[in-house]
Design a protein around this ligand. Structure first.
Ligand code: UN1
Length: 506
């Protein structure tokens, strides 16, 4: 495999950061937070993590800014997000470069991630004129009953390495038009993309005259996030990451009656029915399972295929896998980049060992691709006799387990018999089967698709899932409501004081 020198990657990162207007002191600082690249496993630069005082200052500043920002009319708040969207468009390739360098995504997927940011900005600008409350019919004469949506406060955004910028933008663009301010703790594995986004947002704020305290970036590992979780001035903690992290965050935020929005693990499955268009199915399956090297929370991990077509489907996927180029994500034609770090490769191997011990047969892949640098693996396809413990776990790597079924009821039961509930899909040409999969007794996930894969959701819908996925919804539809507080208002415009429920008092 032909990998570039880390020095070349470092220069690319510096140039992209500079183009985005990021302050020089970040990349040149001599700190303990190491920004690395999974492409070579090398170090891009050493940053200074935020100390407890800096985190407290950031929260205080965002809290102060909130007092002013909440009274700015929402369409004017939209102007800030519109400007951010323009800057993201201008710097699309700079940001995509940073995403590739830090997260290891292939260029097309990195550009797609930035496009997702641009799209959510557009959505949020429209939303800034549509933060509607309802007017209800009051049971009392001369009374009006209505609801008003008000800004909530400081939103603490904790994001993961695999979508280092899009998930931040879903939260931030929506939070800002809702009148909230944001303190962002990105993954400690992707600080540079965060620094670039923060610089662009700061510039947008300067350009439109918004307080710069509407957004603050804090860098570091767990303890920085914990400070956001425990600070009562943080009204909403929106956290993306592992179920283990969510189990910590949820109860701690609840303890102080804060709000939480959790996007945790997925163990996403596709059902392939006998009538499926197999050309379509195989393309959808390969993108969802092997794309982003299996490191999306929406990545496809389980294939539940009708026994009559199982051999044919496995053969076709194996053939497609054989043609996937694994390697340097900056190179044209490469479709599968590196795993984020060595521990991800080890977790993948451990899962494959367990699968074999459970009677699984590896149809193809799962091997290390020697690189002399980062950790690269061929996507694995594993036929399983059963949905054993390892299949029910999320391993953040490209492993696709294949199970078979006889009846659709059986397929749906297998599908739902995992602790996670993020994304799902069925490939079928049979409308009854498709509708059954989407019905109340069908897929139990937050996302259920027909004839497309599990990953690559558009921003217009609400994104999130059930069970151990955490229940949060972000991005489109009415997900904005999580970022606001609802006030119910009853206005008496009569000269009488009728009590509700016909109560008489005096
Ligand atoms: C994630 O992996 O955390 O649907 C988010 C998708 C992307 C977002 C994934 N739009 O795959």
């Amino acid at each position: 495999m032909n990998l570039p020198e880390t020095e070349t990657l470092r220069t690319m990162a510096e140039e992209a950061l500079r183009a985005c207007g990021a302050r020089d002191e970040h990349p040149s600082a001599d700190g303990t937070l190491i920004a690395g690249s999974p492409i070579t496993g090398g170090v891009l630069c050493a940053l200074t993590p935020s100390g407890p005082e800096q985190v407290a200052d950031a929260i205080a500043e965002a809290h102060d800014a909130f007092a002013r920002w909440r009274t700015v009319p929402a369409p004017q708040r939209g102007a800030l997000v519109r400007r951010l969207g323009e800057l993201l468009t201008e710097h699309k390739s700079d940001l995509a470069t940073l995403v590739t360098l830090e997260a290891g995504k292939i260029t097309s997927e990195a550009l797609g991630e930035v496009q997702e940011m641009i799209d959510i900005c557009e959505f949020a600008v429209g939303l800034s004129r549509q933060l509607y409350g309802r007017t209800m019919a009051s049971e009392r004469p001369g009374h009006r009953l209505m609801e008003t949506w008000h800004p909530l406060g400081v939103v603490g955004v904790i994001s993961a390495f695999n979508f280092p910028v899009a998930v931040w933008s879903w939260n931030t663009a929506v939070a800002l038009v809702c009148g909230d301010t944001v303190v962002w703790k990105p993954s400690e594995l992707t600080p540079l993309t965060a620094i670039a986004c923060d610089a662009l947002l700061r510039r947008a704020a300067e350009d439109v005259g918004a307080p710069t305290g509407v957004h603050r970036l804090v860098l570091g590992a767990g303890p920085v996030g914990e400070q956001l979780v425990d600070d009562p001035r943080v009204a909403l903690v929106s956290a993306t990451g592992s179920v283990r992290m969510g189990r910590e965050v949820g109860p701690r935020v609840a303890q102080r009656f804060g709000r939480c929005l959790l996007e945790l693990g997925g163990n996403n499955a596709v059902v392939v029915a006998p009538s499926a268009d197999l050309d379509l199915a195989v393309r959808g399956i390969v993108f969802s399972a092997a794309g982003t090297a299996g490191q999306r929370c929406t990545s496809l991990r389980r294939l539940i295929v009708h026994s009559s077509i199982a051999d044919a489907v496995v053969d076709r996927i194996a053939k497609a896998y054989g043609q996937l180029r694994v390697g340097n994500p900056l190179e044209d034609g490469v479709l599968v980049g590196p795993l984020i770090r060595g521990t991800a490769f080890e977790a993948m191997q451990a899962a494959l060992d367990k699968a074999r011990a459970d009677g699984g047969i590896v149809a193809c892949g799962g091997e290390r691709v020697e690189s002399g640098g980062g950790h690269y693996a061929t996507p694995a396809l594993v036929r399983m006799p059963d949905q054993t413990a390892v299949v029910r776990e999320e391993t953040f790597a490209p492993i696709l387990y294949v199970l078979t079924y006889e009846t659709l009821d059986e397929a749906i039961a297998l599908h739902n018999d995992v602790p996670q509930g993020l994304s799902s899909a069925i490939f079928t040409m049979d409308q009854r089967e498709a509708e059954r999969f989407l019905a109340a007794d069908g897929s139990d996930c937050g996302i259920a698709n027909v004839n497309i894969g599990t990953s690559g959701a558009e921003i217009g819908g609400a994104f999130g899932g059930e069970k151990e996925t955490g229940g949060g919804r972000e991005s489109g539809s009415d997900a904005w409501k999580a970022y606001m507080r609802r006030a119910t208002n009853t206005v008496n415009y009569s000269d009488q004081l009728p009590l509700a429920q016909g109560v008489r008092f005096g």
